[in-house]
Design a protein around this ligand. Structure first.
Ligand code: SF4
Ligand code: SF4
Length: 305
C-alpha cells in the first residue's frame, strides 16, 4: 500500500480553487525559494517544531526526552539536537502548552481518501473539491497519482498547486486526473531563478508550454509570488506578462504578496535568509495587477482585502 507524507489538512478553504475546498499539504520540495511561505513543506520527512512564544519553561520536554536531544540555553530557550532526535513525540505529549509539535505524518491513499470523503457534501453544495499543495505535491508523484485517481472515481474536483518542477512524464500522467493546475511562475530569467530558488526554470517553463498544449487554458491558473525587489521587479513582471501572452490560452492569474514567516523557520531550526521583511505595498500590487489586466487577464489578489 502506497503511503504519502502530509503535514496538514485544511478544511473549508476558499482561495485554492473553486468552491469550498479541502487542502492537503504534502511534504517535500526540490526548490529552495528563499521566501518560501511554507517551510514546513520543504523537507520530505517529519520534523519537530518548537514555538518559543508558547513555552512556559517548565522543562517537561527535557525530562521526557529518552535521547537527551533537548537542552535549554542560558536564555532558557530550546536547543534541539536534530541529529539524534528520532521523532518519538514524547516531548510533544508532555508539553502542556502545545509549544512542541511533529510536522508531518505518513498516511495511506485509503485513509486520505476517507478523510477527503467526509467533506463531499460541502464540495457538492459549492462546486468545490480537493487541492493538493505543499511542499511540492509532484515530489510524491506516485502517491499523488493514486489519490487523484480515487478522487476522479468518486467524482471529486481536483486541483494541484505546483512549481511545475517535475519530469514531463509525471506531469502528463497526473494531468489526466487533475481538473485545475495552480501553476507557479516565479522568475523568468534563468540565472536569477537559479539564484533565488536553487534550480533552473527550464523544466518549469517547458512543462508549462507542453501543459498548455494538452489541457484547456482555463484549467491552468498562473500564480505569481510578489516578493519585493526579487519577483516584483519591473523587468520580471514584464517578462512574465510577455510569457503568458505568448502562451495564448492562459486566462487567469493569481498574485500572492509575500509575508514574513521568520517565526516558522525558527520553530523548525531552519535558516531564514530573507533580508526583506515587509510585504509589497498596495500601490506596487495595484501597478502589477494593472499590467496583467491591460493584457486581458483576470487577476485575483491572494490574501489581500
Ligand atoms: S521527539 Fe523524542 S527524541 Fe525528539 S526531542 Fe522529542 S522526545 Fe526527544
Ligand atoms: S514542555 Fe513545552 S512549555 Fe515546557 S519547557 Fe518544553 S516546550 Fe516549554
Amino acid at each position: 500500500m502506497i503511503k504519502g507524507i502530509i503535514f496538514n489538512i485544511q478544511k473549508f478553504a476558499i482561495y485554492d480553487g473553486p468552491g469550498i475546498r479541502t487542502i492537503i499539504f504534502m511534504k517535500g520540495c526540490p526548490l529552495r525559494c528563499i521566501w518560501c511561505q511554507n517551510p514546513e513543506g520543504l523537507m520530505p520527512h517529519p520534523q519537530l517544531c518548537c514555538y518559543e512564544r508558547l513555552c512556559i519553561h517548565c522543562h517537561a520536554c527535557i525530562q521526557a526526552c529518552p535521547k537527551n536531544a533537548i537542552i535549554h540555553n542560558v536564555e532558557d530557550t530550546h536547543i534541539i539536537n536534530r541529529e539524534i532526535c528520532d521523532m518519538c513525540g514524547e516531548c510533544v505529549e508532555e508539553c502542556p502548552t502545545g509549544a512542541l509539535g511533529i510536522i508531518g505524518k505518513e498516511i495511506t491513499v485509503k485513509d486520505l481518501i476517507e478523510e477527503i470523503q467526509r467533506d463531499i457534501k460541502y464540495f457538492d453544495s459549492s462546486e468545490g473539491g480537493v487541492t493538493f499543495s505543499g511542499g511540492e505535491p509532484l515530489f510524491q508523484a506516485e502517491f499523488l497519482y493514486e489519490t487523484l485517481k480515487e478522487c476522479r472515481e468518486l467524482g471529486i474536483h481536483t486541483a494541484i498547486e505546483t512549481s511545475g518542477y517535475s519530469s514531463q512524464e509525471v506531469i502528463q500522467k497526473i494531468s489526466k486526473y487533475v481538473n485545475l493546475f495552480l501553476y507557479d511562475i516565479k522568475i523568468v530569467d534563468e540565472e536569477t531563478h537559479r539564484k533565488y530558488t536553487g534550480v533552473s526554470n527550464r523544466l518549469i517553463l517547458n512543462n508549462l508550454r507542453s501543459l498548455v498544449l494538452n489541457v484547456r487554458g482555463k484549467d491552468i491558473i498562473i500564480r505569481i509570488p510578489l516578493v519585493p525587489t526579487i519577483t516584483d521587479s519591473n523587468q520580471n513582471i514584464n517578462n512574465i506578462v510577455g510569457l503568458l501572452v505568448s502562451l495564448k490560452d492562459i486566462e487567469e492569474v493569481h498574485l500572492l504578496p509575500f509575508h514574513d514567516v521568520y517565526e516558522k523557520y525558527k520553530s523548525l531550526g531552519m535558516p531564514y535568509t530573507m533580508t526583506i521583511h515587509e510585504p509589497p505595498n498596495d500601490d506596487r500590487i495595484r501597478y502589477i495587477k494593472d499590467k496583467f489586466v491591460e493584457q486581458g487577464f483576470t487577476v485575483s489578489l491572494w490574501g489581500v482585502k
